[in-house]
Design a binder for this molecule. Structure first.
Ligand code: HEM
Length: 238
């Protein structure tokens, strides 16, 4: 997995930014003094999911309740929302499936991750008291988000299909689908708010991993020490 570091090169060269150029193809490698965390394909998949999640959310809210009726005008009216919402939902679910397959092998929860997910483990994480040098590329919380997003997208898709084609299903299933769809999108939205906070303001340096594709060595050593050691080959985590 590990490729030779591009040592001795500065991050800006006449050929462009080495780290960004490298981040088109590969990840988990050193480049131009940084570490490539997410290659281009990972970032394109992630942002496709994010864009269509928000498109489905913003076109769905005015259909859900008149309180958000004003949002419909952003898309040309409620009638546009009525067809744009299910189709953006389908693209969201399809891209979430691609993301699920793409990241599946890296998201298995280990015994260490389960420890991280206990109330005590979470508290230590948010207080930056975590001494866990065994956190790999993704911590327990990130893996949990991955699984919850996969499950949530499936729940939204299945319940959405029933609501979209009500004549094909019985009344009981239709009523259940409304409840599932509403609860799923509210929980999903709350989860994504937490995710955005952690990926931007809470942990400076994280957002760049989804834009440039890279993080600094300091960021990697602080948040994902085991991954840092694997990428740099530095056993002492320095
Ligand atoms: C504006 C919205 C969003 C922002 C700013 C954002 C930001 C980020 C960032 C910075 C990462 C990389 C974290 C790391 O490498 O440690 C990431 C990863 C990820 N994102 Fe997002 N994201 C957004 C929306 C979404 C949405 C809508 C989903 C829906 C499924 C999603 C699912 C994921 C998953 C599963 C990961 C991998 C696990 C993780 O790192 O948490 N993201 N996101």
């Amino acid at each position: 997995m590990r490729e030779p570091a591009l040592s001795g090169q500065t991050s800006q060269t006449g050929l462009g930014d080495v780290a960004v150029v490298r981040a088109r193809q590969s990840e988990d490698v050193l480049a131009g003094g940084e570490i490539v965390r997410h290659r281009l394909s990972s970032r394109v998949i992630h942002w496709t999911v994010a864009v269509f999640f928000f498109l489905a959310l913003l076109t769905g809210l005015p259909i859900w309740t008149p309180i958000f009726g004003w949002m419909a005008s952003l898309f040309g009216g409620l009638s546009v929302c009525r067809w744009l919402h299910p189709w953006s939902g389908v693209v969201f679910a399809a891209s979430a499936l691609v993301m699920f397959v793409h990241w599946f092998s890296e998201m298995h929860l280990t015994g260490k991750d389960r420890e991280f997910l206990t109330p005590g483990g979470m508290l230590r994480y948010f207080r930056y008291q975590g001494e866990d040098s065994e956190v790999g590329k993704y911590n327990g919380g990130q893996k949990l988000l991955f699984w919850a997003a996969g499950l949530g997208a499936l729940g939204l898709l299945l319940s959405g299909i029933v609501i979209w084609f009500p004549e094909l299903f019985g009344q009981g299933l239709r009523e259940l689908s409304y409840v599932v769809h509403d609860i799923a999108f509210i929980l999903f939205f709350a989860m994504i708010i937490g995710h955005i906070y952690l990926g931007t303001a809470a942990e400076p340096g994280t957002f760049g991993s989804m834009t440039r594709g890279t993080v600094t060595k300091e960021w990697a050593r602080l948040h994902h020490p085991k991954w840092y050691r694997e990428v740099t080959g530095n056993g002492r985590g320095r």
